[in-house]
Design a protein around this ligand. Structure first.
Ligand SMILES: Nc1nc2c(c(=O)[nH]1)N[C@H]1C(S)=C(S)[C@@H](COP(=O)(O)OP(=O)(O)OC[C@H]3O[C@@H](n4cnc5c(=O)[nH]c(N)nc54)[C@H](O)[C@@H]3O)O[C@H]1N2
Ligand SMILES: Nc1nc2c(c(=O)[nH]1)N[C@H]1C(S)=C(S)[C@@H](COP(=O)(O)OP(=O)(O)OC[C@H]3O[C@@H](n4cnc5c(=O)[nH]c(N)nc54)[C@H](O)[C@@H]3O)O[C@H]1N2
Ligand code: SF4
Ligand SMILES: [Mo]
Length: 691
């Protein structure tokens, strides 16, 4: 019998970049996956994860059938039984404690978890709960919020730049598409500055490398501002025409001299001056701030404010290579706004509400303290919070107190292991969806239909099917009116201007959804003053500094307690990315595991020597919250006194056993994961004893 071989253009959603792929399907089975040359983002390339995506899809470790915990062990059951029981338990909790006792959590899957989070939000809000949590309250939304606050919209850095300032961002590991744009433009004469406590390999190609003390980026940014203003390097015409509050910034930054910053940041005053001059003299310069690095520090919101102000005063807004405001794609968002505010809205109001525009997200760092009083049931759809959220012990203990924990995933994660019900999810090749590049992919306004390439494997269900069927049992049918997943995706695409049929039949490779425009028309900046707000009344009214400021890490040498630092003298940053894995995923893929077999703690040679540790030794990293065991990677690229621990590994190598959920950024409640304190020691393999 002839088996038909077809090639389908779709996107990879093993991370949020959404690279274009070509999937060869033969007899209903995906047999090959390659990069799609005509996709403007990856231009035919795939990272090792994407290239090995079929090993994820066809992994023998996939959860095959719904599982129910009984007497401490999992038992296979049918979908109907699982959904009937979950619905009954949810209805029961609603009757006893009210609908807000349900919390929903979505992780970082594909681009902004678009369909997943829309459906999840629809279910939880239809049920009557405002408590939707996602990675948005530890990653990225802070930058969006802050840029909205400053510009009244959300400009993003262009991939083709004349000056790349990698400010705590390492594209070689985390930003596969950017890496190629960067390398191409370096050959054409673009400049590069790397600001990082690790001399990442890209720094070897840079015009400047600034070795910074973790968590002090805000101080450096203020000093750069100081020089630009003092040396009269700012773009006067742009400042006059488009900004509000510059005259207040001038006296404000006077004390933040390069010498002041040198003591704080470890960056030489002369380098700060050089950076300021280079930046101010380049039209088409962009700060590429760490995607979560700059959020997860004590000064997070103010870091993003400072970067925004730097782009503005150098006139690097809406110029090719700078930060550019392209309209975001419009998708229909059928989710209701439920009365009542999510957990965290009161403590961190600017995260929730900006000028009356309410975000659907609760603050995830407040979840554990809300269990069991406020939250009794938790649905996790595509996330692994027990590994990915800060302070894993605290999350674990809280989750144990839930009356109902349901996890929808492809694999038996540490979070799933604790659940009452585990439900098998479809991979991205088994369902319909939307792939687009906008907020994470820097001004490439591109939209693609994610096609269902193969039927669902095993008994896995897509989010659409799972949540629609659960909704029916909760009496929420009216909130899920779509007869098929295609119809749902088609409805979401509605306002984008690119229809399902067009993207399926005419542009299977995807299409640009809007032209890029660089001019600044009247009314572009939708802030209260209609200008770029260097001075923000909004922040002031919320009780924060209206001008960019600097706050030391809570445990650091200026704010922290000396006795604490005597015990934990080294600076800890948790979560540098690893090209071969997305967070806690893909460890089961043999090819990738061979390329990156171990969790590695990175330290500099002097630090290693001081603690009697050699490269490859087994070592312990310890904080006030817990400890991890990992292999040591002694690397002269790492600043002395700094310990870099990855996240995403499980068991005793879980980096989030070290982080502290109570150490939070004051404006938006994000956890500090980049500037904590720790100590390290060697484990002797022979005796098994720790030194
Ligand atoms: N200390 C520290 N911790 C961090 C970070 C850090 O820098 N430092 N970074 C943080 C950041 S920025 C983020 S975004 C978070 C990420 O946090 P998470 O998104 O919770 O992390 P993942 O490990 O990617 O978990 C995703 C889960 O979804 C499953 N999955 C994959 N595809 C699908 C699907 O299509 N459907 C369903 N239902 N499930 C699917 C995967 O198997 C996996 O178990 O981690 C955070 N954790
Ligand atoms: N392969 C892979 N790619 C990913 C992910 C993944 O899990 N795997 N996750 C995706 C997600 S959700 C996100 S949010 C992004 C994260 O992307 P980013 O937050 O940009 O993280 P990295 O690119 O690892 O870069 C972090 C760099 O910052 C440095 N650094 C650490 N602390 C500080 C500090 O205080 N100041 C400064 N200036 N530098 C510091 C580190 O040494 C490291 O080189 O990556 C995305 N891409
Ligand atoms: S960078 Fe992300 S989207 Fe692109 S191929 Fe790799 S895993 Fe897939
Ligand atoms: Mo993230």
């Amino acid at each position: 019998m002839m088996t038909r071989k077809i090639e389908i253009f779709t996107d990879c959603s093993l991370c949020y970049h959404s690279c274009g792929t070509k999937v060869t399907v033969e007899g209903g089975r995906a047999v090959k996956i390659r990069g799609l040359e005509s996709h403007p983002l990856n231009k035919g390339r795939l990272c090792p994860k994407g290239a090995n995506a079929l090993d994820v899809v066809y992994s023998p470790n996939r959860i095959k059938r719904p599982l129910k915990r009984r007497n401490g062990a999992f038992q296979e059951i049918g979908w109907d039984q699982a959904l009937d029981e979950i619905a009954e338990r949810l209805n029961n909790l609603e009757a006893r404690f009210g609908p807000q006792s349900l919390g929903m959590f979505c992780g970082s899957i594909g681009v902004e978890n678009l369909e997943m989070s829309t459906l999840a939000h629809l279910l939880q809000s239809g049920f009557g709960s405002p408590n939707f949590f996602s990675v948005e309250s530890i990653c990225y939304r802070m930058r969006i919020r802050t840029r909205q606050m400053t510009f009244g919209r959300y400009p993003t850095e262009e991939f083709d730049s004349k000056l790349y300032i990698l400010w705590g961002h390492n594209p070689e590991q985390s930003d596969f598409p950017l890496r190629f744009f960067l390398k191409k433009n370096l050959k054409k004469g673009a400049r590069l500055v790397v600001i990082d406590p690790k001399r990442i390999p890209l720094a070897d190609e840079a015009d400047m490398y600034l070795r910074i003390r973790p968590g002090t980026d805000g101080a450096l940014a203020l000093a750069v501002m100081n020089v630009i203003i003092k040396e009269d390097l700012y773009d006067k015409a742009f400042v006059d025409a488009h900004t509000y509050g510059f005259e207040k910034l001038v006296p404000h930054v006077k004390p933040f001299t390069p010498e002041w910053a040198e003591d704080i940041t470890w960056v030489a005053a002369e380098d700060i001056r050089r950076l300021a001059r280079l930046f101010a003299r380049t039209k088409g310069a962009s700060i590429f701030q760490g995607t979560c690095t700059q959020d997860q520090t004590a000064n997070g919101t103010q870091n993003s404010r400072a970067f925004s102000v730097l782009q503005a005063i150098t006139g690097n807004i809406n110029v090719p290579g700078g930060w550019v405001t392209s309209p975001p794609p419009r998708f229909s968002n059928p989710g209701h706004v439920v009365g009542g505010e999510p957990i965290g809205a009161e403590s961190y109001p600017l995260f929730f509400d900006l000028w009356g525009k309410k975000a659907p997200y609760g603050v995830v760092t407040m979840v554990p303290e809300s269990i069991p009083e406020k939250l009794k049931a938790f649905l996790v759809v595509g996330g692994n919070p027990l590994i990915s959220m800060p302070d894993s012990h605290v999350f674990r203990e809280a989750f144990k107190r839930l009356e109902l924990l349901v996890v929808h995933d492809l694999f038996m994660t540490e979070t799933a292991e604790l659940a009452h019900y585990v439900l098998p999810a479809c991979s991205h090749l088994e369902k319909w969806g939307i792939g687009y590049t906008y907020n994470v992919c820097h001004c490439l306004p591109y939209l693609m239909l994610r096609k269902q390439c193969i039927g669902p494997l095993h008994e896995s269900w897509s989010e659409w099917r799972f949540l629609t069927e659960l909704a029916k049992r909760l009496g929420l049918d009216k909130d899920f009116p779509w007869k098929s997943e295609e119809e749902f995706v088609s409805c979401m695409l509605g306002p984008s201007g690119l229809s399902f049929d067009y993207l399926l039949n005419e542009k299977p490779e995807g299409d640009f959804y809007t032209d890029k425009k660089y001019e600044i028309p009247q009314g572009l900046f939708r802030t209260p003053t209609g200008k770029i707000e260097i001075y923000s009344e909004t922040l002031k009214e919320a009780g924060f500094d209206p001008l960019p400021t600097y706050l030391e890490p809570e445990q650091g040498p200026i704010r922290g307690d000396q006795a604490f630092r005597d015990k934990y003298p080294l600076i800890l940053s948790v979560g540098n990315r690893n090209l071969y894995y997305t967070h806690s995923q893909q460890r089961q893929v043999e090819t990738l595991r061979k390329l990156s077999p171990d969790a590695l703690t990175e330290i500099g040679p002097e630090t290693a020597k001081e603690y009697g540790i050699e490269d490859g030794d087994l070592m312990v990293v310890e904080t006030n919250r817990g400890q991890v065991r990992m292999k040591a990677k002694v690397d002269e690229r790492v600043a002395e006194g700094v310990v870099l621990v990855p996240h995403g590994w499980g068991g005793e190598a879980n980096g989030n056993l070290l982080t502290d959920i109570r150490v939070r950024e004051p404006v938006m409640g994000y956890p500090d994961q980049k500037s904590l304190q720790c100590t390290i020691r060697k484990i002797s393999l022979r005796s098994g004893l720790e030194h």
